[in-house]
Design a protein. Structure first.
Length: 87
């Protein structure tokens, strides 16, 4: 009887852990990816708005500087290649 209860408990826990995605619980790698993407979006928006990278860092202190710079640089390259002017 105890063996059956242990198996049932293990199955219940495994099922509960598999449903974490359904509950919206993010893993650390998902959080890091989201923060990286947000930082790149901030940097891209700053470059498109013709703001310097320093102003972008100053107005977004909580964003990761490396991600912001990467987004700014990517947008700068894109704008130069396509001969776009900032908004």
């Amino acid at each position: 009887m105890r063996h059956l209860l242990r198996i049932l408990l293990i199955a219940l826990v495994a099922t509960g852990l598999a449903g974490c995605d359904l509950l919206g619980i993010e893993t650390t790698s998902q959080i890091a990816a989201r923060k990286e993407a947000e930082g790149k979006a901030i940097g891209s928006a700053c470059r498109h708005a013709v703001r310097s990278i320093e102003d972008c860092f100053e107005s977004n202190p909580r964003a990761g500087k490396a991600a912001v710079f990467a987004g700014w640089k990517e947008m700068d390259q894109y704008m130069r290649e396509n001969k776009l002017e900032g908004a």
